[in-house]
Write a protein that binds this ligand. Sequence first.
Ligand code: F6P
Length: 369
Amino acid sequence: MSSSKRKLKRIGILTGGGDCPGLNAVIRGVAKPAHDNGLTVIGIIDGFEGLVKGKAIQLYNKDVSGILASGGTILGSSNKGDPFHWPELVNNKIVIRDKSKEAMRNYEAWNLDVLIAIGGDGTMKISQSLIEMGMNVIGVPKTIDNDLQATDLTFGHDSAVYVVSEALDRLHTTASSHHRVIVLETMGRYAGWIALNGGIAGGADIILIPEIPFYWEAIFDKVMTRHMMGKKFSLVCVAEGAKPHNGKMVIKAKDKKRTDPIQLGGIAEYVAKMISDNTNLETRYTVLGHLQRGGSPTPFDRILSTKFGTYAIDLAIRRKFGRMVALKGSEIKSVEIKEAIAKQKLVKKTDQAVKAAVAVGVSFGTKEL
Ligand code: F6P
């Protein structure tokens, strides 16, 4: 009997793209109710890479017990395993191949009725292409970047913001003791949510985000004004994708094997040097990097992940395929994956968080706000 007709029996689950706190809580949230409903859960190893290469294990209750608070993913993940953009080394050159048929073959060989794909925009785009090939997929939105339009929040974001806020608290005391400017670089790719929310929570004086290109003079003015008013230190929270007006994002590396070949990084060092050169104030920088992605999820993310996971298995049992779980206000709902990938969620100048930050004296490196 074709998998589209028969009663739901076997579900596959994978975690795709960069990891983040809360992935294990989602896996647990899917698997526990699935087992209670008599379903078999197949955990696919290393995201879509495992789907193409045929790497999977059966997940039993003992495997998903005790993982609520643990960071990372028990299944492993990869941001190089896009079946439609599969890099292979041929004569020392990377050749991109389409391995989607292999992915489909393994899905069928494992006799799966549905695949639950936990991931960010890259994972949802791949999922949509697999849906178009006939696979049943349900998406669960993950990313510290919080840049998926169709959900108010992705899990992982709150944990990353917590790390940024704590880092700023720590930098605050040392910046104050030494009368320094300290620039903190956050992740977030092309969206400024982590720097914005973390910067507000940690009391940054200047927040720089990709959506609001900054003017150097506005930054120098802000730190010098604080200095002259007797505030001998300043904290700058800069998103890795922030850029000067008429300037470019700072790219650290390019890797054709990744789903997104661009690796951002380096803006904090640049901003720190410019501040130091132009104001003569002693300036340092810190790059938070993967600290934002590792470790235990916050209680908020544990709750959101559990709600997302249990809602996803409920959708699967009701055969609501092709949909992504989403937070809308305070309720968990679902949207078409197609809709979820249509647009990236970016910070708007009119967002309440931007207005609140400006109201308490934060500069975004522009006089326009
Ligand atoms: O999308 C999550 C994210 O952590 C981004 O904020 C960051 O730009 C990117 O992934 C880093 O990816 P990688 O760990 O592959 O360098």
